[in-house]
Design a protein around this ligand. Structure first.
Ligand SMILES: [Zn+2]
Ligand SMILES: [Zn+2]
Length: 308
Protein backbone atom coordinates (compact mmCIF):
# COMPACT_ATOMS: atom_id res chain seq x y z
CA UNK A 1 0.00 0.00 0.00
CA UNK A 2 1.23 3.52 -0.78
CA UNK A 3 4.08 2.51 -3.10
CA UNK A 4 6.69 2.22 -4.39
CA UNK A 5 5.37 0.59 -7.57
CA UNK A 6 7.01 -1.72 -10.05
CA UNK A 7 6.56 0.89 -12.80
CA UNK A 8 8.38 0.60 -16.16
CA UNK A 9 10.92 3.40 -16.58
CA UNK A 10 9.87 3.71 -20.24
CA UNK A 11 6.18 4.29 -19.47
CA UNK A 12 4.77 7.76 -18.76
CA UNK A 13 3.46 8.25 -15.24
CA UNK A 14 -0.33 8.84 -15.13
CA UNK A 15 -1.65 12.33 -14.44
CA UNK A 16 -5.21 13.51 -13.82
CA UNK A 17 -6.69 16.50 -15.63
CA UNK A 18 -9.71 16.75 -13.33
CA UNK A 19 -12.03 18.59 -13.06
CA UNK A 20 -11.63 18.66 -9.28
CA UNK A 21 -13.99 19.78 -6.53
CA UNK A 22 -12.43 22.96 -5.15
CA UNK A 23 -13.61 22.31 -1.60
CA UNK A 24 -11.50 23.39 1.36
CA UNK A 25 -7.76 23.94 1.30
CA UNK A 26 -5.44 21.26 -0.05
CA UNK A 27 -2.51 20.13 2.04
CA UNK A 28 0.97 20.01 0.58
CA UNK A 29 2.53 16.56 0.34
CA UNK A 30 5.45 17.88 2.38
CA UNK A 31 3.00 19.10 5.01
CA UNK A 32 1.28 15.71 5.28
CA UNK A 33 4.61 13.92 5.69
CA UNK A 34 5.92 16.48 8.18
CA UNK A 35 2.70 16.14 10.18
CA UNK A 36 3.11 12.37 10.29
CA UNK A 37 6.75 12.65 11.38
CA UNK A 38 5.74 15.00 14.17
CA UNK A 39 3.06 12.58 15.27
CA UNK A 40 5.59 9.74 15.25
CA UNK A 41 8.01 11.83 17.32
CA UNK A 42 5.28 12.67 19.85
CA UNK A 43 4.25 9.01 20.12
CA UNK A 44 7.87 8.02 20.76
CA UNK A 45 7.59 9.86 24.08
CA UNK A 46 5.67 8.44 27.05
CA UNK A 47 1.92 8.65 26.49
CA UNK A 48 -1.31 7.12 27.74
CA UNK A 49 -3.38 7.01 24.58
CA UNK A 50 -1.96 6.88 21.04
CA UNK A 51 -5.00 8.79 19.83
CA UNK A 52 -3.77 11.81 21.84
CA UNK A 53 -0.02 12.12 21.14
CA UNK A 54 1.84 14.35 23.63
CA UNK A 55 2.75 17.17 21.21
CA UNK A 56 5.10 19.94 22.32
CA UNK A 57 4.07 23.59 21.87
CA UNK A 58 6.43 23.83 18.90
CA UNK A 59 4.91 20.74 17.27
CA UNK A 60 1.40 22.11 17.81
CA UNK A 61 2.42 25.33 16.05
CA UNK A 62 3.83 23.40 13.06
CA UNK A 63 0.61 21.35 12.91
CA UNK A 64 -1.42 24.54 12.94
CA UNK A 65 0.60 25.95 10.03
CA UNK A 66 0.17 22.71 8.05
CA UNK A 67 -3.55 22.83 8.74
CA UNK A 68 -3.86 26.24 7.06
CA UNK A 69 -3.35 24.45 3.75
CA UNK A 70 -1.71 25.43 0.48
CA UNK A 71 -2.75 26.74 -2.95
CA UNK A 72 -4.62 24.50 -5.36
CA UNK A 73 -2.21 22.77 -7.75
CA UNK A 74 -2.13 24.14 -11.27
CA UNK A 75 -2.24 21.81 -14.26
CA UNK A 76 -2.50 18.02 -14.31
CA UNK A 77 -2.05 16.20 -11.00
CA UNK A 78 0.41 13.29 -10.74
CA UNK A 79 -1.36 10.20 -9.44
CA UNK A 80 -0.38 8.56 -6.15
CA UNK A 81 0.34 4.85 -5.64
CA UNK A 82 -2.43 3.29 -3.53
CA UNK A 83 -1.82 -0.45 -3.76
CA UNK A 84 0.18 -3.10 -5.58
CA UNK A 85 -0.89 -6.74 -5.36
CA UNK A 86 1.01 -9.74 -6.66
CA UNK A 87 -0.85 -12.79 -7.89
CA UNK A 88 1.51 -14.99 -5.84
CA UNK A 89 0.14 -13.31 -2.67
CA UNK A 90 -3.49 -12.93 -3.78
CA UNK A 91 -4.34 -15.89 -6.04
CA UNK A 92 -7.99 -14.89 -6.52
CA UNK A 93 -7.17 -11.74 -8.49
CA UNK A 94 -7.94 -13.46 -11.84
CA UNK A 95 -5.66 -11.19 -13.89
CA UNK A 96 -5.89 -10.98 -17.68
CA UNK A 97 -3.41 -12.92 -19.84
CA UNK A 98 0.05 -13.31 -18.34
CA UNK A 99 -0.38 -10.43 -15.91
CA UNK A 100 0.59 -11.13 -12.29
CA UNK A 101 0.60 -7.66 -10.73
CA UNK A 102 -2.31 -5.30 -10.07
CA UNK A 103 -1.42 -1.66 -9.51
CA UNK A 104 -3.90 0.88 -8.19
CA UNK A 105 -3.13 4.58 -8.27
CA UNK A 106 -5.44 7.42 -7.44
CA UNK A 107 -5.86 11.11 -7.99
CA UNK A 108 -5.81 12.63 -4.50
CA UNK A 109 -8.69 15.00 -5.25
CA UNK A 110 -12.46 14.56 -5.28
CA UNK A 111 -14.24 14.49 -8.61
CA UNK A 112 -17.78 15.18 -7.49
CA UNK A 113 -18.15 11.90 -5.63
CA UNK A 114 -16.19 12.23 -2.36
CA UNK A 115 -13.40 9.75 -3.00
CA UNK A 116 -9.97 9.82 -4.65
CA UNK A 117 -10.24 8.71 -8.28
CA UNK A 118 -8.62 5.31 -8.86
CA UNK A 119 -6.97 3.95 -12.01
CA UNK A 120 -5.91 0.32 -12.38
CA UNK A 121 -3.05 -1.29 -14.28
CA UNK A 122 -2.34 -4.98 -14.85
CA UNK A 123 1.27 -5.94 -15.48
CA UNK A 124 3.54 -8.88 -15.94
CA UNK A 125 6.38 -8.44 -13.46
CA UNK A 126 8.84 -10.37 -15.63
CA UNK A 127 8.40 -7.86 -18.47
CA UNK A 128 9.57 -4.93 -16.35
CA UNK A 129 13.35 -4.88 -16.65
CA UNK A 130 13.95 -1.22 -15.84
CA UNK A 131 11.96 0.27 -12.95
CA UNK A 132 11.09 3.94 -12.56
CA UNK A 133 12.91 4.94 -9.37
CA UNK A 134 11.82 8.56 -8.98
CA UNK A 135 8.14 8.83 -9.92
CA UNK A 136 6.52 12.27 -10.02
CA UNK A 137 4.26 13.27 -7.14
CA UNK A 138 1.44 15.76 -6.80
CA UNK A 139 2.34 18.95 -4.94
CA UNK A 140 -0.72 18.59 -2.74
CA UNK A 141 -3.62 16.35 -1.77
CA UNK A 142 -7.19 17.38 -1.03
CA UNK A 143 -7.05 15.81 2.45
CA UNK A 144 -4.10 14.34 4.30
CA UNK A 145 -5.99 11.01 4.48
CA UNK A 146 -5.75 10.73 0.68
CA UNK A 147 -1.99 10.09 0.94
CA UNK A 148 -1.52 6.37 1.65
CA UNK A 149 1.29 5.75 4.11
CA UNK A 150 3.62 3.13 2.59
CA UNK A 151 3.17 -0.20 4.35
CA UNK A 152 3.21 -3.89 3.50
CA UNK A 153 0.21 -6.17 3.24
CA UNK A 154 0.12 -9.58 4.89
CA UNK A 155 -2.75 -11.23 3.02
CA UNK A 156 -4.89 -13.84 4.76
CA UNK A 157 -7.43 -16.06 3.04
CA UNK A 158 -10.81 -15.68 4.71
CA UNK A 159 -14.36 -16.77 4.01
CA UNK A 160 -17.10 -14.20 4.30
CA UNK A 161 -20.81 -14.15 3.54
CA UNK A 162 -23.16 -11.60 1.95
CA UNK A 163 -24.82 -8.73 3.75
CA UNK A 164 -28.22 -9.97 4.98
CA UNK A 165 -29.77 -7.46 2.57
CA UNK A 166 -28.56 -9.71 -0.24
CA UNK A 167 -30.22 -12.81 1.26
CA UNK A 168 -33.76 -13.98 0.60
CA UNK A 169 -36.34 -13.25 3.31
CA UNK A 170 -36.31 -16.92 4.26
CA UNK A 171 -32.52 -16.93 4.68
CA UNK A 172 -32.65 -13.64 6.59
CA UNK A 173 -35.05 -15.24 9.09
CA UNK A 174 -32.88 -18.33 9.41
CA UNK A 175 -29.79 -16.17 10.06
CA UNK A 176 -31.73 -14.16 12.65
CA UNK A 177 -32.89 -17.31 14.49
CA UNK A 178 -29.39 -18.82 14.33
CA UNK A 179 -27.79 -15.62 15.66
CA UNK A 180 -30.27 -15.49 18.54
CA UNK A 181 -29.51 -19.12 19.42
CA UNK A 182 -25.76 -18.42 19.38
CA UNK A 183 -26.31 -15.42 21.65
CA UNK A 184 -28.18 -17.69 24.05
CA UNK A 185 -25.23 -20.05 24.13
CA UNK A 186 -22.79 -17.23 24.90
CA UNK A 187 -21.75 -16.65 28.47
CA UNK A 188 -24.77 -15.16 30.14
CA UNK A 189 -23.04 -12.23 31.78
CA UNK A 190 -20.93 -11.19 28.79
CA UNK A 191 -21.73 -7.90 27.16
CA UNK A 192 -21.67 -9.58 23.76
CA UNK A 193 -24.53 -11.86 24.69
CA UNK A 194 -26.72 -8.89 25.59
CA UNK A 195 -25.79 -7.06 22.39
CA UNK A 196 -26.46 -10.05 20.18
CA UNK A 197 -29.80 -10.74 21.81
CA UNK A 198 -30.82 -7.14 21.10
CA UNK A 199 -29.97 -7.19 17.39
CA UNK A 200 -30.80 -10.58 15.99
CA UNK A 201 -28.27 -10.63 13.17
CA UNK A 202 -25.41 -8.73 14.84
CA UNK A 203 -23.36 -11.87 15.38
CA UNK A 204 -23.67 -12.63 11.68
CA UNK A 205 -22.97 -9.01 10.73
CA UNK A 206 -19.96 -8.43 12.98
CA UNK A 207 -18.20 -11.75 12.92
CA UNK A 208 -19.20 -13.75 9.87
CA UNK A 209 -20.52 -11.82 6.90
CA UNK A 210 -18.50 -8.84 5.66
CA UNK A 211 -14.80 -8.84 6.52
CA UNK A 212 -13.58 -5.31 7.31
CA UNK A 213 -10.24 -4.05 6.03
CA UNK A 214 -8.52 -3.96 2.65
CA UNK A 215 -9.46 -7.05 0.68
CA UNK A 216 -9.53 -8.58 -2.77
CA UNK A 217 -12.75 -10.21 -3.95
CA UNK A 218 -15.45 -10.84 -1.38
CA UNK A 219 -18.76 -9.09 -0.92
CA UNK A 220 -19.83 -5.47 -0.74
CA UNK A 221 -20.62 -4.02 2.67
CA UNK A 222 -23.54 -1.86 1.44
CA UNK A 223 -25.12 0.63 3.80
CA UNK A 224 -24.67 3.81 1.80
CA UNK A 225 -27.28 2.31 -0.50
CA UNK A 226 -29.28 -0.89 -0.61
CA UNK A 227 -27.65 -3.63 -2.70
CA UNK A 228 -27.68 -2.67 -6.35
CA UNK A 229 -25.89 -4.44 -9.19
CA UNK A 230 -22.80 -2.68 -10.52
CA UNK A 231 -23.01 -3.02 -14.31
CA UNK A 232 -20.20 -2.84 -16.83
CA UNK A 233 -20.23 0.43 -18.81
CA UNK A 234 -19.05 -1.50 -21.90
CA UNK A 235 -21.20 -4.66 -21.96
CA UNK A 236 -23.83 -4.26 -19.21
CA UNK A 237 -22.68 -7.42 -17.40
CA UNK A 238 -22.97 -7.49 -13.61
CA UNK A 239 -19.50 -6.63 -12.31
CA UNK A 240 -17.71 -8.32 -9.40
CA UNK A 241 -15.79 -6.76 -6.50
CA UNK A 242 -12.07 -6.71 -7.29
CA UNK A 243 -10.49 -4.72 -4.47
CA UNK A 244 -11.94 -3.00 -1.42
CA UNK A 245 -10.02 -0.15 0.20
CA UNK A 246 -11.24 0.32 3.75
CA UNK A 247 -10.90 3.19 6.21
CA UNK A 248 -10.14 0.74 9.02
CA UNK A 249 -8.94 -2.84 9.35
CA UNK A 250 -11.38 -3.62 12.16
CA UNK A 251 -13.33 -1.89 14.94
CA UNK A 252 -14.39 -2.94 18.43
CA UNK A 253 -17.40 -4.84 17.06
CA UNK A 254 -15.52 -6.74 14.36
CA UNK A 255 -12.23 -7.16 16.26
CA UNK A 256 -13.02 -10.53 17.88
CA UNK A 257 -13.40 -12.20 14.52
CA UNK A 258 -11.46 -10.14 12.01
CA UNK A 259 -8.34 -8.67 13.65
CA UNK A 260 -5.34 -9.86 11.59
CA UNK A 261 -3.13 -12.56 13.11
CA UNK A 262 -0.10 -10.28 13.35
CA UNK A 263 -2.01 -7.64 15.31
CA UNK A 264 -3.61 -9.93 17.89
CA UNK A 265 -0.73 -9.85 20.35
CA UNK A 266 -0.18 -6.11 20.27
CA UNK A 267 -0.59 -4.39 23.60
CA UNK A 268 -2.31 -1.04 23.99
CA UNK A 269 -1.28 1.69 24.01
CA UNK A 270 0.84 0.86 21.03
CA UNK A 271 4.34 2.29 20.87
CA UNK A 272 4.05 2.34 17.09
CA UNK A 273 2.92 5.50 15.40
CA UNK A 274 1.19 3.44 12.72
CA UNK A 275 -2.24 2.66 14.08
CA UNK A 276 -2.76 -1.07 13.44
CA UNK A 277 -6.42 -0.31 12.80
CA UNK A 278 -5.48 2.04 9.96
CA UNK A 279 -1.83 1.54 9.00
CA UNK A 280 -2.26 3.18 5.58
CA UNK A 281 -3.78 6.27 7.28
CA UNK A 282 -6.55 6.36 4.69
CA UNK A 283 -10.09 7.58 5.14
CA UNK A 284 -12.76 7.06 2.49
CA UNK A 285 -15.66 9.47 2.80
CA UNK A 286 -17.03 9.03 6.34
CA UNK A 287 -15.22 5.88 7.49
CA UNK A 288 -16.50 3.99 4.44
CA UNK A 289 -14.97 1.64 1.91
CA UNK A 290 -14.00 2.29 -1.70
CA UNK A 291 -14.85 -0.80 -3.69
CA UNK A 292 -13.33 -1.32 -7.14
CA UNK A 293 -15.23 -3.55 -9.57
CA UNK A 294 -14.09 -5.60 -12.57
CA UNK A 295 -16.09 -6.92 -15.50
CA UNK A 296 -16.11 -10.74 -15.53
CA UNK A 297 -16.51 -10.80 -19.33
CA UNK A 298 -13.34 -8.94 -20.31
CA UNK A 299 -10.46 -7.39 -18.35
CA UNK A 300 -10.24 -4.72 -21.06
CA UNK A 301 -13.63 -3.33 -20.02
CA UNK A 302 -13.43 -0.33 -17.71
CA UNK A 303 -13.21 -0.75 -13.95
CA UNK A 304 -15.67 1.11 -11.77
CA UNK A 305 -15.65 2.26 -8.16
CA UNK A 306 -18.23 3.04 -5.51
CA UNK A 307 -18.29 4.05 -1.85
CA UNK A 308 -20.12 1.82 0.64
ZN1 LIG B 1 -8.21 14.14 -10.46
ZN1 LIG C 1 -17.96 -5.75 -19.55
Amino acid sequence: MGGPLLWPASEPWPYCDGPHDALGSPVSLEGVRLGRRIRAAALSRPHDNPRFPPFTAEELEIRRRIGVGCPWPEGPVAMLPAAQLYLRDVPLLHPPGQADVLQVLWCPFDHGNLFPQPVLYWRSAAEITSVLTDPPEPTAVQYDWYLPEPCVLHPELVTEYPNTLELSEDLQEQVGRWSARQAGKAIADSREAIDYAAGTDELYWNELSIAPGWKAGGWSRWGRTDPVAETCPACDSVMVPLLTIDSTEWDDDTKPSWIPYEDQDRTEPSASWLDPQDPAMIQISDGDTLQLYACPVSPSHPHTARVQ
